[in-house]
Each structure stands twice: as structure tokens, then as C-alpha cells.
Design a protein around this ligand. Structure first.
Ligand code: GSH
Length: 203
């Protein structure tokens, strides 16, 4: 039986859930992380020594790092199969890396201050929002005239970027309106595969 460990409020768990649902693969999701704990248990640490979520487990095969899980699911599921063209594959990788190393880290401080701090620090929020706006502008420009992040079909790049955009566009902060980013996100969020991943209130 396939198991996915991780709370649905985690943006990285949302990516894995979206990919599994989009692929139509059966799995059991087990709450872990945050208030659910579990991640500090030795049994969990034996699977994922980082003590983070998500972790995917399939009959003794264990995989962590959300974007690695996306690539694995895409390798298994015809509906998410990577394109044959090496350049298109490279662009999918590019956007996966950009999401993980640029877009999401930029908004992390604002998210933590707004959702997790008893005394949100306005200066920290503003600086984080400003950093993220620069990346949002890049994504908005890229998505202008496009329906998907790469090529003319849905891919795991849309999942990774879509989960990050979900967090960004719902952050209770003032943002510059980005029409192409908004249009792309609205289309993605309406996919049946996104319902569970993006369905929980952000917290
Ligand atoms: N690079 C890792 C980061 C994983 C990560 O930071 N997960 C966070 C939630 S988004 C976490 O486990 N936080 C601790 C917790 O929830 O207890 C990935 O992409 O999977």
C-alpha cells in the first residue's frame, strides 16, 4: 500500500497530493508534521532523517523531497509523463528548481510572520513580500500568452509552481495584480486533481 506522510497544510505535501491525485494513484495520507507531531518519532526519522514532510512510502521504498516525489510520480503515471524533448524536460526541471530555491523561499518569512507568529513583524513581512514580488513578476511575464508553465500541456512544473502560487495569492498581504499568473492559477486550481491539495484553508 502506498502511504504519504504529511499534513495537508504543508505546501510541500500539497505538491505530492496533487501529483498522486492527478496521476490517479491510490494512497493513504497520514497526518504528520506541525501539531500532528510524528516527524520526531524514531520510526519516522528512520524513513526521513530530516524530520520533515512529505515522505512517500511504497512497500519498503521510501522517498522524501517533494520535487523528487513529483518526478517519481511523473515517471509512473502516463498522464504526467515527461515530454520526450530534452529541452522541454530541462525547462520542467528549471521551474521545479526555481520554485524550490527562489519563489517559495522568498515568501517564507511573510508566511511565517502572518500565520505562525503571535507578534507579526511588519518590516519582515514587507521585505519578504517585496522579494517575492520580483519572482512573481518573472512568473507572470513567463505565463503571459501561455496556458501551462512548459509547452502546451500540464506538467509537474505546474504542480510545483501552482502550490507556491496558491500560497502567494492567498497570503493576507497587499500584492501587485499579475493577470497572467492569476489566470493560469485559476485554471489550474479548477482541475479535479487540485481539489484535495488546495482545498484546505491555509494555516
Ligand atoms: N525540501 C523539502 C522541504 C520539506 C519541508 O520543509 N517541509 C515542512 C513543511 S512545508 C516541514 O516538514 N516542516 C516541519 C513540520 O511540518 O513539522 C521538500 O521539498 O520536501
Amino acid at each position: 500500500m502506498r502511504k504519504l506522510w504529511g499534513r495537508l497544510t504543508s505546501v510541500n505535501v500539497q505538491k505530492a497530493v496533487w501529483a498522486l491525485d492527478e496521476a490517479g494513484l491510490a494512497y493513504e495520507r497520514i497526518d504528520a508534521g506541525g501539531a500532528h507531531g510524528v516527524v520526531h518519532d524514531p520510526a519516522y526519522r528512520a524513513k526521513n532523517p530530516n524530520g520533515l514532510v512529505p515522505t512517500l512510502e511504497e512497500d519498503g521504498f521510501v522517498l522524501w523531497e517533494s520535487n523528487a516525489i513529483l518526478r517519481y510520480v511523473a515517471a509512473m503515471a502516463p498522464s504526467l509523463a515527461p515530454p520526450a524533448d530534452p529541452r522541454m524536460r530541462a525547462h520542467i526541471e528549471q521551474w521545479l528548481d526555481w520554485q524550490a530555491t527562489s519563489f517559495t523561499p522568498a515568501m517564507r518569512d511573510a508566511f511565517w510572520q502572518l500565520y505562525r507568529s503571535a507578534n507579526p513583524d511588519r518590516a519582515v513581512i514587507d521585505a519578504s513580500v517585496k522579494r517575492t514580488e520580483a519572482f512573481a513578476a518573472i512568473l507572470d511575464a513567463h505565463l503571459t500568452g501561455r496556458d501551462y508553465a512548459v509547452g502546451d500541456g500540464f506538467s509537474i512544473a505546474d504542480i510545483a509552481l501552482g502550490c507556491a502560487a496558491h500560497r502567494w495569492l492567498n497570503l493576507p498581504a497587499e500584492r501587485i495584480e499579475r493577470p497572467a499568473l492569476r489566470r493560469w492559477y485559476d485554471r489550474l486550481a479548477a482541475r479535479p486533481g487540485a481539489a484535495r491539495a488546495l482545498g484546505e484553508p491555509i494555516s
